[in-house]
Ligand binder design. Structure first.
Ligand code: NAI
Ligand code: MG
Length: 353
């Protein structure tokens, strides 16, 4: 099988880490029977300065017409009125799920192993941005619409269930390292207060996850405030957490803090027919050009993208190589307390691959 991958490095250290992601794809073991072709695509602040748009139509067209998946680095946001290309891409390609795994390894944990993933609905909730400000005799009042639909709640819950099953299959492929025996999905909401909006999300998620194909998945739920408390007290308990847009946004940044460096945390923007892998960090102008950016968030994003393209074995091999690098702790970038360069970390992961 040959997969065509769009490469969108963007700005700053995006240009240092995306080439590392490409090298990983090019270096997968031949036994996997996977080949890749690449197309370089533009987006970001520098593109905006050159062309007047942060996301050229050509980039979107090629992704839609030619590509199976893509890797997105990071973009800088420096001026008002500039709109983020990744937000536009999510809309144009209908990438309705934002998936962020947060994981420790034996060598990189303060005790209990964390291995969870937050699945955030990406298209609605308060982020429909229908706000208004009204002048009243008693001063201004601002209000915003929180929109929750049955369809969006259903598809995000279904993909959360599928991710839970896929994570179990990756655990099954690497026995001995598995930290749990049954997949679990935690539905997060505030339906005790918002009985209609979050109530619809909760009910729909319950219904989606009651499907026969998810019979092996343990389904539970948490009110979002208690979710935050438990996530920080007992992160090792969680597997897949599914949430509406706003709660998911907050939970996923909070969860990233549990594992130390931003340079470790991957994400994927996922739709029914496309996946974009994207490190969670930004363009890191403070270390740009120094050759010391941590490539691991991107390498893990490569694996995550492959999972959504159905290549579980390839993903498992990449995760294992990264864990090996972190556990050995011989080649770590400065954000991890080490002295290695981007290139040295990449070479070490490639050797393990
Ligand atoms: P940032 O994530 O770029 O950097 C935060 C801190 O983490 C910096 O000290 C940086 O050196 C460090 N860091 C980040 N990634 C690293 C890596 N791979 N290896 C080692 N250290 C790493 O966030 P910041 O500084 O708030 O934003 C910088 C620019 O990036 C801004 O223009 C911002 O708008 C943009 N940004 C873009 C994002 C995206 O494209 N998705 C996400 C977050 C910020
Ligand atoms: Mg956020």
């Amino acid at each position: 099988r040959t997969l065509r991958i769009g490469l969108i490095p963007g700005d700053g250290i995006g240009r240092e880490v995306i080439p590392a992601g490409r090298r990983i794809l090019e270096s997968l073991p031949a036994s996997l029977n996977l080949k890749f072709s690449f197309v370089d695509l533009e987006a970001g602040y520098d593109t905006f300065q050159k062309t007047g748009t942060a996301l050229p139509d050509k980039t979107v067209d090629i992704l839609k017409k030619e590509c199976d998946g893509a890797l997105f680095g990071a973009v800088s946001t420096k001026v008002a009125g500039y709109s983020s290309p990744i937000v536009a891409l999510r809309k144009k390609l209908d990438l309705y799920a934002n998936v962020r795994p947060v994981k420790t390894t034996a060598g990189n944990s303060n005790g209990k192993p964390i291995d969870l993933v937050i699945v955030r609905e990406n298209t609605e909730d308060l982020y429909v941005k229908e706000e208004r400000t009204i002048d009243t005799p008693n001063g201004k009042v601002a209000e915003a619409i929180k929109r929750i639909s049955e369809n969006a709640s259903y598809r995000i819950s279904k993909i959360a269930g599928e991710i839970a099953l896929s994570r179990q299959s990756i655990r099954d492929a690497a026995p001995g390292t598995a930290t749990r025996s049954q997949p679990m999905v935690t539905i997060t909401h505030k339906s005790n207060v918002l009985s209609q909006t979050d109530g619809l999300f909760r009910e729909t998620a319950r219904r989606a996850l009651a499907a026969e194909k998810f019979s092996s998945v343990f389904v539970e739920e948490q009110i979002v405030d208690s979710m935050v408390y438990k996530l920080f007290r007992q992160p090792e308990f969680y597997d897949v957490i599914v949430a509406p847009n706003l709660y998911g946004d907050i939970l996923s940044d909070g969860a990233a803090a549990l594992v130390g460096s931003l340079g470790l945390v991957p994400s994927a923007n996922v739709g029914d027919n496309f996946a974009i892998g994207e490190p969670c960090h930004g363009s890191a102008p403070d270390i740009e050009g120094m050759g010391i950016s941590n490539p691991i968030a991107t390498i893990r994003s490569v694996a995550l993208m492959l999972e959504f393209l159905g290549e579980m074995n390839a993903a498992a091999k990449i995760y294992a190589a990264v864990d090996g690098n972190l556990d050995a702790a011989q080649f770590l970038t400065p954000d991890m307390g080490g002295k290695a360069t981007t290139q040295q970390v990449l070479e070490d992961v490639l050797k393990r691959l």
